[in-house]
Design a protein around this ligand. Structure first.
Ligand code: AOF
Ligand code: ZN
Length: 374
């Protein structure tokens, strides 16, 4: 329902919702494919209980807040970033405990898109006589769970194309040297992104050039699944990714033909999942995304080079772009840009980003946005 509070009341409600958002973010990297959710319980203007969804399979935010508080919560206000669930999943419905504890008012950030909930959570609370106010900091709450909203409705991973380039639009020198394009602060930010998303994808060119690990070096146990797009299975068995396949999962996407080869068998023996994606001469990225979605990979950080990035934009699988721009120039007609391929012939047909945000990361600039229609 629409809320008729005063300006001051609205500002206060938003302040509590901001606290709930901060709590929700503490679950980052641990809740996939569930959303990040935070909850704050307020009585007489004071926060008396807090909780968040700490990990998939664990209690939801509301239950975490309420079970840890023994106070009488009759008529208290509860702020939650996502509509309370009303289904028996891995845990009992949050609506049940909210009703049991006698909460008087519930402030909801954004509605759930899970078809098991989708507005029914609000209806059940209202039917129990609880006043429900929706849409508090809705945009921020939705954005926090942009992965969840996409994955729950599309069943394919939310793909974030991340790249770092020089001010003259190069991701490496003409020699191939790329260490480092962006500064330390940007690279630290990329480590945080590796924690945030459940998969990380590169092309075979990057494996050949850099022999990367593609792990997350800021926290143990939150590494994304490593995905290599390698149509003809050229990945060396001695590469660091293959050598560590037993520790951090590796998926190598290839063609149907390559998946039937002896190389595929050798990779499987090394612990790699070989995933055929299409019967053409190259990996079909749309098919690959559907297959990754079936494996509950809800998001992919695409750290591609010029070729894979071009293929991803051409296939229309990119949902978000995050570009770091370093204030340096290297020139060179042969130095690669972030997106190669044949390119779009007319500027009028360019992929335009919406909801653009910009900022600074050390001396670098960053720009993020969402390709048209995504
Ligand atoms: C909430 N609060 O903290 C979360 C919610 O598998 P389950 O039982 O954990 O249920 C997952 C679904 O519950 C998820 O898809 C989403 O709809 C909702 N998540 N809801 O009220 C929470 N994590
Ligand atoms: Zn719940």
């Amino acid at each position: 329902m629409k809320w008729k509070g005063t300006k001051a009341e609205k500002a206060q409600a938003e302040a509590f919702m901001r606290r709930a958002l901060a709590l929700a973010r503490q679950g980052m990297g641990h809740t996939s494919p569930n959303p990040m959710v935070g909850c704050v319980v307020v009585q007489n203007g004071v926060v008396v209980a807090e909780g968040y969804h700490e990990r998939v399979g664990g209690y939801h935010a509301e239950r975490n807040a309420l079970t840890h508080c023994e106070k009488d919560l009759s008529d208290a206000d509860l702020y939650v970033t996502l509509e309370p669930c009303c289904h028996y999943g891995k845990t009992p419905p949050c609506t049940e405990i909210i009703i049991e504890r006698g909460i008087g008012r519930v402030f909801v950030g954004s509605l759930d898109v899970n078809p098991k909930v989708a507005g029914r959570g609000v209806k059940i609370l209202e039917a129990a006589g609880i006043e429900v106010v929706t849409g508090i900091l809705e945009t921020k709450c939705r954005k926090l769970n942009e992965v969840f909203y996409h994955y729950m409705t599309m069943r394919t991973p939310f793909v974030v194309s991340k790249y770092a380039m020089t001010l003259d639009g190069k991701i490496a020198c003409a020699s191939g040297d790329a260490k480092w394009v962006s500064g330390e602060a940007s690279r630290a930010q990329v480590q945080r992104m590796r924690k945030q998303y459940s998969g990380i994808m590169v092309g075979i060119g990057t494996v050949m050039a850099d022999d990367p690990m593609l792990n997350c070096r800021i926290e143990a146990g939150v590494d994304p699944v490593r995905i290599v797009c390698d149509s003809n299975l050229h990945i060396p068995l001695a590469s660091r990714i293959v050598q560590t396949a037993g520790d951090i999962p590796v998926i190598v996407a290839c063609t149907e033909t390559a998946a039937a080869s002896a190389k595929a068998t050798a990779l499987q023996a090394a612990g790699v999942t070989v995933l055929p994606a299409g019967d053409g001469t190259r990996v079909d990225l749309n098919i690959l995304m559907r297959l990754l979605g079936r494996r509950e990979i809800d998001s992919v950080l695409l750290e591609g080079g010029a070729t894979l990035n071009a293929a991803a934009f051409e296939a229309g699988v990119v949902n978000k772009v995050v570009a770091f721009i370093a204030p340096k120039l290297v020139g060179g007609a042969a130095a690669p840009p972030p997106v190669g391929g044949a390119g779009i012939p007319c500027m009028a047909d360019a992929i335009v980003l919406t909801s653009v945000e910009t900022g600074r990361c050390g001396d670098d600039l960053w720009v993020s946005g969402y390709p048209d229609g995504h």
